[in-house]
Design a protein around this ligand. Structure first.
Ligand SMILES: Nc1ncnc2c1ncn2[C@@H]1O[C@H](COP(=O)(O)OP(=O)(O)OP(=O)(O)O)[C@@H](O)[C@H]1O
Ligand SMILES: [Mg+2]
Length: 248
């Protein structure tokens, strides 16, 4: 099982998503997305508002069904997967981090991180130890018993990331994780993601509107009109930056 986990990768081909609107025309959101992500890659997804970035992430995270096409997450083909398989994919593989942090307001930082472990019936002592470890690994010290409203935005996002780490996921999906943070705090979160990719070999797919954050990733997919318009690799953008630097 663990060797399988280490190889988890994501592949989509001709991924199509329509939303049926009872009182209106169907919305064709994704019209054929093709992407391939290797385990341990840090990927940015960019594109105009309404281009389907969140929809794509929600489909990959199995929170939203696809209309048709191929989506393979590790050993699971989403099109053929049952409800049970989807739970298994979530349990084994993925976690999601949102722009709004989505913490439970009446639970402290450590209680928020422990909650998913409690739901999975992990014994209290083990959950406590793991929660402290994950909170420390995201750089949150001395704030463990604070409620979300007693934390800064950056600290709240760190708690959300620690909670995402609670079941040792191989993939983290992040939907505009720095969208509610100031530039400096946002950069710190991106730095943390880079660290997680490097140290834990986690795959991260991050939707962002911020091109500076996107530049920090290995590759950028740009969605437009429901398709991947371009795919930029880090090496290319690095070369360009160097060239531009020389010109000056
Ligand atoms: N549940 C739904 N029912 C109908 N249409 C939906 C639904 N969810 C999303 N859409 C439509 O799908 C399109 C893509 O939405 P999505 O949220 O994926 O965009 P996005 O790229 O994440 O945009 P943003 O950058 O503003 O977050 C939008 O036009 C939206 O109205
Ligand atoms: Mg969105």
């Amino acid at each position: 099982m663990s060797s399988k986990k280490a190889d988890v990768s994501i592949k989509t081909d001709n991924l199509i998503k329509d939303f049926q609107i009872p009182k209106g025309e169907d919305v064709k959101v994704l019209t054929g997305v093709k992407m391939e992500v290797k385990a341990g890659e840090f990927i940015a997804v960019m594109g105009p508002s309404g281009s389907g970035k969140s929809t794509l992430l929600n489909i990959l995270a199995t929170l939203e069904p696809l209309t048709s096409g191929e989506v393979v997450i590790g050993d699971f083909d989403l099109e053929d997967s049952t409800y049970k398989d989807k739970l298994e994919i979530r349990r084994l593989h993925s976690s999601i981090v949102f722009q709004s942090f989505a913490l439970i307001p009446y639970l402290t930082a450590i209680e928020n991180v422990k909650l998913p472990m409690k739901l999975r019936k992990i014994p209290e002592k083990e959950a406590e130890e793991k929660a402290v470890k994950h909170l420390e690994s995201v750089g949150l010290y001395g704030r463990l018993n604070h409620l979300p409203e007693e934390l800064s935005g950056g600290e709240q996002q760190r708690v959300a990331i620690a909670r995402a780490l609670a079941h040792d996921p191989k993939i983290i999906y992040a939907d505009e994780p720095t969208g509610n943070l100031d530039t400096f705090t946002g950069r710190e979160i991106i730095h943390l993601f880079k660290q997680l990719v490097k140290e834990k070999n986690i795959t991260i797919i991050m939707v962002t509107h911020d091109s500076e954050s996107a530049k920090q990733t290995d590759r950028i997919y740009i969605l437009q009109k429901g398709k991947v318009l371009t795919e930029k690799s880090k090496s290319k953008s690095k070369k360009n930056t160097k060239k531009e630097g020389r010109k000056k």
